[in-house]
Ligand binder design. Structure first.
Ligand code: BEZ
Length: 288
């Protein structure tokens, strides 16, 4: 994998016992596609990119990234970067349910909201970390704004639009399964769901009892109606920054991530298959 641009990292003192972690600040900005909320942790470091995260369907930035960013081995990395955690519209904690008939942004439009966030914060470059639908959004952003993306970590990405067969299967599944069940089937494999571990139970509870379930369904619909990213290894449409593709060995998206790997520049891309349950929340504590 090509190296990320070198950055000068000065050692920062670890937190002392009882010392509070840095405060988070939540902001909202208006964009041509509605308002978007994001939470900033840490202080900007001169000439260093911000880490910008985008979460998957059924989750928000906390339920998707908290355990990763609070994972012991991550501390040394994150202390050296300001982090911007985007909540897709209507997914932020306490978000009101959108009125019926509300036109939820497409994934491409969600990507088009990112420049408004960076402009508001006066940040020029990012390292994107995305899961599932969030990984797609960040890839789309990187395709349209390649000069502002220094690296991408894409977890469980599916860069392909749904084909007719997928579309028909999705419609048929919708006749017999609820939206939360379909979303859980996106977050976990069937094996993981049948195992019904504490982690699966926790996320089932989060999705089934979400007060903004109608909003979640809108993000889910946008995900299912995504366009193909049309990545081509030697073509014009490709990711130009270093990319780390990550997939859980039981994740439902393994084939899609493998195919994505085959469409990216091998000198710029690393592929990491990790053995853990799902790729959300406390699952990160199993890595190490
Ligand atoms: C962070 O330190 O960036 C972080 C903290 C809590 C939740 C998500 C991220």
């Amino acid at each position: 994998m090509a190296e990320l641009q070198e950055v000068q990292i000065t050692e920062e003192k670890p937190l002392l016992p009882g010392q509070m972690p840095e405060a988070a600040k939540t902001h909202s900005v208006e964009t041509p596609y509605g308002s978007v909320t994001f939470t900033v942790y840490g202080t900007p470091k001169p000439k260093r990119p911000a880490i910008l995260t985008y979460h998957d369907v059924g989750l928000n930035y906390k339920t998707c990234f908290q355990s990763l960013f609070q994972f012991g081995d991550m501390q040394e990395i994150i202390q050296n970067f300001v982090r911007v955690h985007v909540d897709a519209p209507g997914m932020e904690e306490g978000a009101p349910v959108f009125p019926s008939g509300y036109q939820y942004p497409s994934l491409d439009q969600l990507a088009d909201m990112i420049p408004c966030i960076l402009q508001y914060l006066n940040f020029s470059t990012i390292i994107g970390v995305g899961v599932g639908a969030g990984a797609y959004v960040l890839s789309r952003y990187a395709l349209t704004h390649p000069d502002t993306v220094e690296g991408l970590v894409l977890i469980n990405i599916d860069p392909n639009a749904k084909g007719w067969m997928d579309w028909a299967a999705h419609k048929l599944t919708g006749l017999t399964s609820s939206a939360p069940e379909m979303i859980l089937g996106h977050l976990f494999s069937q094996e993981e769901l049948s195992g019904n571990s504490e982690l699966v139970q926790k996320y089932r509870n989060i999705v089934v009892h979400a007060p903004n379930l109608e909003n979640i369904e809108l993000y889910w619909n946008s995900y299912n109606n995504r366009r193909d990213l049309n990545l081509e290894r030697r073509g014009d449409i490709t990711l130009r920054c270093p990319v780390l593709l990550v997939v859980g060995d039981q994740a439902p998206h393994e084939d899609a991530v493998v195919e994505c790997n085959s469409k990216l520049d091998p000198t710029q891309t690393s592929f990491l298959k990790i053995q853990l349950l799902g790729l959300q929340g406390p699952a990160w504590e199993q890595v190490g």
